[in-house]
Structure formats: structure tokens, C-alpha cells
Ligand binder design. Structure first.
Ligand code: DGT
Ligand code: MG
Ligand code: MG
Ligand code: MG
Ligand code: MG
Length: 268
């Protein structure tokens, strides 16, 4: 770019470089989806099509950004884990989060039109997503981060499932249902679902109870050969050797430790 006497204004710009050699998690979240879900008359408590729009949008983002090794989502949010040594945009925070939020929003509109074509988007209420980046210094923090999101999914889903059954099938007003649930434990909600509506919470779809996980897996990764966790050097060698990756979708429990120990490359 040619120099001009105006160029000094560039010195006012700011950058924030995310700490090197730390795990980066970027979470996108739908803006005002409480109203958005009302406006487009989402199924309560879970709208399968809307959740699939979220999932396809996340999967597409993973395809276009190879540094994403894992994604976890439920409701109107998705969290993306980047490789620890990720150098995308030189780890410039603003470039990362604006790219994630705009790409996710664009993907969401595309997949909405594709999967939900009976509900055309209204210019007054387009879906948009914010994004934040969080850096975590060690593996435990990252694991606890994803456990936190999955526990949140479970708590919200159990509450919402019970709440909407009381309203829709139990003919309660939303206020009455809210009052009935104040101070209840998980076991109380399970009992209401079973006794009043014949619903066994455990039988509900895994996607609703556990959210959705996408992993970039090494197809030929010989983890089964290792009785214990391979050493770091060994792991790096294995990762270099196994080149073939595939994005796989799960709705499983990531709170149990075997989820992580079976896939040591997620945190490498
Ligand atoms: P924000 O994120 O601060 O801009 O505000 P909201 O309204 O997006 O709040 P948030 O993200 O805490 O909550 C997500 C909302 O989206 C929540 O009100 C429930 C709604 N929602 C998400 N997925 C579904 C669904 O599958 N069915 C229904 N009925 N509602 C959903
Ligand atoms: Mg929020
Ligand atoms: Mg939201
Ligand atoms: Mg949310
Ligand atoms: Mg430019």
C-alpha cells in the first residue's frame, strides 16, 4: 500500500495476541435466541431442525478451519477447541472472533434456508452470533470447560423438558409451572416426568440430553496399542504418522475420563 500522510491513523489500531502455547476455545452464541425461537415458533423444549441447523453450521466451520480439533454445542451455542499450536491469524483475537461469529452466522442462514425452508427468514429477525475467545493454560481446564458446558446442557434440558410438559400436557400456566419447579432437585423433576407424564428421562434423544460433539479424529490412530497414555514424544510421532482425519459426530458423555484418555490427540 502506498504511503500517504494519512497513514498515521493506523497507529491507533489495537491488537490482542492470544497467549502462545495455550488452548484456545471460541464460543459462539445466538443473539436474542429467546425471542428468535419464539418468532420462528421453535418446538419446545427442543426443535430438532433448529438444532440440526446449529450442528451443520458448526461442522461446516470445522471443514473450513482445520485448526478446529473439537466442537461442542447445545441450544444456541457452540464451543470450538483449536489446536494448542494453532497459528491461525497469528492468534490475533479480534480477527479470530469476528471470523468465527460472521462465518457461523453465514453458515446458519445457509443451513436454515436448506433445512427449514417452510419458515423463510424475515429481514427484521435474522440470526446472528457473538463470539468470545478464552485461553486455558492446561489440559484440565479445557476438559473442565467442556464438562461445564455438557452439565449445563443437561440441567437446562431436564428443567425445560419438565417445564414444557407441565405447560403443554399438564395445562399449567407458565407461572404455575415455574412455581412448581422452584427448589426442585433433578430427582424431583425425573419423578414429575415419570409419574405425571409417563416419560422416562433416560429414554429421551441423546442429542437433547448430551448436546452434540464433533471431533476431528485420526482414522488410523493406533491408540488401542497403548495400554497407558503414550508419552508426549510418542504422541507427536503418532500424530505426524497418522494423516487421515475425519470429522465425526457424537452425542456421548464427555464427563467420563475415558472420553479424553481414548483421544489424547485432542489436547496435543
Ligand atoms: P443472548 O445470548 O444474551 O443474546 O440472549 P438469548 O436470548 O440468546 O439467551 P441464551 O443464549 O442464554 O438462551 C438461548 C435461548 O434460545 C433460550 O431462551 C432458549 C432458546 N432456544 C435454543 N434452542 C431452542 C430450542 O431448540 N427450542 C426452543 N423452544 N428454544 C430454544
Ligand atoms: Mg447468553
Ligand atoms: Mg443466545
Ligand atoms: Mg445461549
Ligand atoms: Mg482487507
Amino acid at each position: 500500500m502506498a504511503n500517504s500522510r494519512f497513514e498515521y491513523v493506523r497507529t491507533f489500531e489495537r491488537e490482542n495476541i492470544l497467549l502462545p502455547q495455550t488452548h484456545i476455545v471460541i464460543r459462539v452464541d445466538g443473539r436474542g435466541f429467546h425471542k428468535f425461537s419464539d418468532f420462528y415458533e421453535f418446538e419446545k423444549p427442543n426443535d430438532e431442525i433448529a438444532l440440526n441447523v446449529m450442528n451443520e453450521s458448526a461442522k461446516q466451520l470445522m471443514k473450513t478451519i482445520p485448526d478446529i480439533i473439537m466442537a461442542y454445542g447445545d441450544s444456541d451455542e457452540y464451543s470450538f477447541l483449536l489446536r494448542k499450536d494453532c497459528q491461525l491469524f497469528d492468534r490475533r483475537e479480534f480477527k479470530l472472533i469476528t471470523t468465527f461469529s460472521s462465518s457461523f452466522s453465514a453458515n446458519y442462514q445457509y443451513y436454515w434456508n436448506k433445512l427449514n425452508s417452510s419458515k423463510p427468514l424475515n429481514i427484521e429477525r435474522l440470526p446472528t452470533f457473538d463470539a468470545r475467545a478464552i485461553v486455558y493454560p492446561n489440559d484440565l481446564n479445557v476438559i473442565d470447560y467442556f464438562k461445564w458446558r455438557q452439565v449445563d446442557c443437561h440441567i437446562n434440558n431436564l428443567y425445560n423438558t419438565t417445564f414444557w410438559n407441565l405447560v403443554i400436557k399438564g395445562n399449567m400456566t407458565t407461572k404455575e409451572a415455574e412455581n412448581k419447579l422452584i427448589g426442585t432437585l433433578s430427582s424431583d423433576k425425573n419423578e414429575i416426568l415419570f409419574k405425571e407424564f409417563g416419560i422416562n428421562y433416560n429414554d429421551l434423544p441423546e442429542m437433547y440430553k448430551k448436546g452434540t460433539i464433533f471431533l476431528r479424529e485420526y482414522i488410523d490412530f493406533p491408540i488401542s496399542k497403548y495400554k497407558e497414555q503414550p508419552t508426549n514424544e510418542c504422541l507427536i510421532r503418532l500424530i505426524k504418522r497418522s494423516k487421515k482425519t475425519e470429522i465425526k459426530q457424537y452425542h456421548c458423555d464427555l464427563i467420563k475420563d475415558s472420553f479424553w484418555s481414548d483421544r489424547p490427540y485432542l489436547l496435543q
